[in-house]
Design a protein. Sequence first.
Length: 239
Amino acid sequence: MSRSVLVTGGNRGIGLAIARAFAEAGDKVAITYRSGEPPQELTALGVLAVRCDITDSEQVEQAYKEVEDKHGAVEVLVANAGITKDTLLMRMSEEDFASVVDTNLTGTFRVVKRANRGMLRAKKGRVVLISSVVGLLGAGGQSNYAASKAALVGFARSLARELGSRNITFNVVAPGFVDTDMTKVLTDEQRAAIVAQVPLARYAQPEEIAAAVSFLASDDAAYITGAVIPVDGGLGMGH
Ligand code: NAD
C-alpha cells in the first residue's frame, strides 16, 4: 500500500515518529514544519517536507497544492501540530488563550477541511487527530490547552457522523506524557510527580503514539470511527 499521507508538525517529536512509521510501511509521506530545517533523516526516508504554519489558511492551501502535486490527494491526514502556553487563569492573557486555540483547534479545522475535498472525491479517507489526556482530565495551568484538546473530540465525532457514509473515518488519539521537546520544559520534580500518577510508571516514547495512529489508518481499523484512543499508560483511565 502506498497512500498519500500528510502529518502536520512532522519534523520532530510525536509527528516525526508518526511520519517515520508510515514511510517505513511504504506510504508516500509528507510532513509540514513551521520553522528551521526538517531533519535529514526524513529526506533519507523520501519524506516530502513542506513549510506551513497551520494558523495561516493561505499557507495551508499552498502546502496541500505541493503535496497533491507530488503525491496525489491526501488519503490519510494526521493533525498533530500543537502548542502549549501554560499559565494560571489569573495570569493568562487573551492572546495566550486564543493562540493555543488557533493552533490546536482552528489549525486542525483548517487542515481537515482542506483534506476533506480530496477525500470526498476519492470516497475514502482516514483522519487522526492528536489530542491529549489533558483534554479529558484537565490540568491546572493548562486551561487553554485542555480546552483546545477536548474540543478536538467534539470536532472529530461530529465529522464522524457527517462523513461516515462517505467512507471517511475520524478518530482521536489521546497521548499521556511523551518524551519530546514539549515535555522537556518540565522540571525533574514535575516529571516525578507525573510518573507517580501513571499506572505504567513511565513516560511514553513517541513511537508508541505512532503505533496507535498507524493502526487507526490501517485496513484493520476500517470500522472504527469517532473513537478516542488513549495511549497514556493508564493515566486517564475512565475518562
Ligand atoms: P513538539 O513541540 O515536539 O512538536 C510540535 C510540532 O507542532 C512541531 O513540529 C511544531 O513545529 C508544530 N507546530 C506547532 N505550531 C504550529 C503551527 N502554527 N503551524 C505548523 N506547525 C506547528 O511536541 P510533541 O510532543 O511532538 O507534540 C505533538 C502533538 O502531540 C501536539 O499536538 C501535542 O499537543 C500532542 N501531545 C503531546 C504530548 C507530550 O507529552 N509530548 C502529550 C499529549 C499530546
